[in-house]
Design a binder for this molecule. Structure first.
Ligand code: GLN
Length: 503
């Protein structure tokens, strides 16, 4: 039996029935990492020894007839801005190069308690600021579909790890699109949960009022499974929502007949012709399934990017002030306190991060606060209200997940405005505190490579069940072609991958 490439659902079934061990599954993925990661660089650290301990704990429980939990033995890759006890948490930054986390984030504790195997820490744009994973101090991550291209960002390492078959599941964070856009560029599924549904305790804050933690998986079912494991109230996170999360995997089946789906005109601005064509085909499939698709408008989203970059930078400038060489990470030798701050931050933080801290400090300055920050906050309220109104008439809102397919490495890094503008489709969801799924809707031929492209399904706050169900049922209609492309891409990256099961 070949473990590698097997659907997560089957891996889980075979582990719990004792037909394969968690250790065998882990070794199979560690081999895949050894083979593919030197080219892709999805991982900052692979946690081999502790992952082996996690896996053998699961195997021991199973041998004794105990249940290791719903994630029994599934390897999960973790974005490197989420704390895993005893492992480095670099956030993609030089300033935290040697910082070891003294505790587990709540999401990591939940994963471990439910039998997951924490396989490694994945690459990201420095402090999650970016859309391409090019601003990491640990090298760029390459897109498994075309090594000349970016995997998206900032959770590019997590997306690429799942896409290339180096981990069946991964966690990322999404402040303005950092799960959904890399999922789109890398041909995997990713979910940005409703703000407050998943604990942020132990997750390095970028823009606290927008940050969320969410799952990556190959399929919608995989995302539902991982979300189920990490959702829920956490007294350690003051913004965590009260109430019981749903059993997401149990609510995927059924019908979407009669579901009202809105397509905001503003989210189609700037979408490339090839992505538009795929999107229109997907809408036809949705109509064939009985959904009622209608174009509509949410005017204030046109200003979402400007308002987002003011708010996110303002919050980042405050959140990142703790990285000053005193308590965390790298401290530069210096004669005075001021010099120590300046040198530690100057040497430890990258260009993009410094730019955002300066911008954030500027918009919060007493003379500028009303003009920029307060105005941006008002735009945010308007966006939120307009979405609320839209959801009076629609059950779901749908758009492409990104205006185009993955761009080439280096193509946008010098022209940041185009990089920022490409976030237009994902940012409004964070501004309004909604949930949204990004799932593959097909491929576009580009320079001799088939490049994946994602669909975004947006739902009301805490309506993850509706979003996941629509995605799951739609996936059955478009699945076959996608699976074939995924297998052939992975065979190219791992020409000799076979994981034989020892009886
Ligand atoms: N690209 C956006 C930014 O740079 C979003 C990043 C994110 O979601 N973490 O801020």
């Amino acid at each position: 039996m070949e473990i590698w490439g097997m659907p997560v659902r089957d891996i889980l079934k075979y582990i719990t029935s004792g037909e394969i061990s968690a250790t065998e599954v882990l070794e199979c993925y560690l081999n895949a990492i050894r083979e593919a990661d030197p080219e892709i660089n999805a991982f900052i650290d692979v946690l081999e020894p502790t992952a082996r301990m996690d896996a053998s704990r699961v195997d021991a429980l199973l041998r004794e007839g105990d249940s290791p939990g719903p994630l029994a033995g599934l390897p999960v890759a973790i974005k490197d801005n989420i704390c895993v006890k005893g492992a480095r948490c670099t956030c993609g930054s030089k300033i935290l190069e040697n910082w070891i986390s003294p505790y587990d984030a709540t999401v990591i504790k939940l994963l471990r308690d439910q039998g997951a195997v924490i396989v490694g820490k994945t690459n990201l744009d420095e402090f999650a600021m970016g859309s391409s994973t090019e601003t990491s101090a640990y090298g760029i991550t390459r897109n498994p579909w075309d090594l000349r291209r970016v995997p998206g960002g900032s959770s590019g390492g997590s997306a690429a790890a799942v896409a290339a078959g180096m981990a069946p599941l991964a966690l990322g964070t999404d402040t303005g699109g950092s799960i959904r856009q890399p999922a789109s560029f890398s041909g995997v599924c990713g979910l940005k949960p409703t703000y407050g549904l998943v604990s942020r305790y132990g997750v390095t804050a970028y823009a606290s009022s927008l940050d969320t933690v969410g799952p990556f998986g190959e399929t919608v079912w995989d995302c539902a499974l991982l979300l189920e494991a990490i959702a829920g109230h956490d007294p350690l996170d003051a913004t965590s929502a009260a109430g019981e999360p749903a059993a997401y995997t149990k609510r995927l089946e059924g019908s979407v007949r009669g579901l009202r789906v809105g397509i905001p005109r503003e989210l189609l601005n700037g979408v490339s012709a090839q992505v538009r064509e795929l999107f229109d085909n997907t809408l036809s499939t949705m109509e064939d399934m009985g959904m009622i698709v209608e174009e509509m408008s949410i005017p204030p989203v046109a200003h979402a990017v400007e308002a987002y970059y003011v708010i996110a930078a303002a919050e980042a400038s405050s959140n990142l002030s703790r990285f000053d060489g005193v308590r965390f990470g790298r401290r530069a030798p210096a004669g005075t306190l001021d010099e120590m701050y300046t040198k530690s931050r100057g040497e430890g933080l990258g260009k993009e991060v410094v730019k955002r801290i300066l911008l954030g400090t500027f918009v919060l300055d007493s003379g500028n606060k009303d003009r920029y920050f307060m105005r941006a906050a008002r735009v945010r309220t308007l966006i939120k209200r307009e979405f609320e109104k839209a959801f009076d008439n629609f059950d779901l809102i749908v758009s492409p997940a990104s205006p185009d397919v993955a761009f080439k490495i280096g193509e946008k890094i010098e022209d940041l405005l185009t990089m920022y503008l490409a976030d237009l489709i994902t940012i409004p969801v964070n501004m309004a505190g909604l949930c949204a799924l990004s799932m593959p809707m097909g491929f576009v031929d580009c320079d001799g490579a088939a490049l994946p492209c994602g669909l975004q399904i947006i739902g009301k706050p805490f309506d993850e069940p509706a979003v996941l169900k629509a995605g799951y049922l739609l996936e059955q209609e478009i699945e076959a072609g996608i699976r074939e492309e995924v297998s052939s891409m992975r065979r190219k990256l791992n020409p000799v991958r076979e994981c034989e099961l020892v009886d």
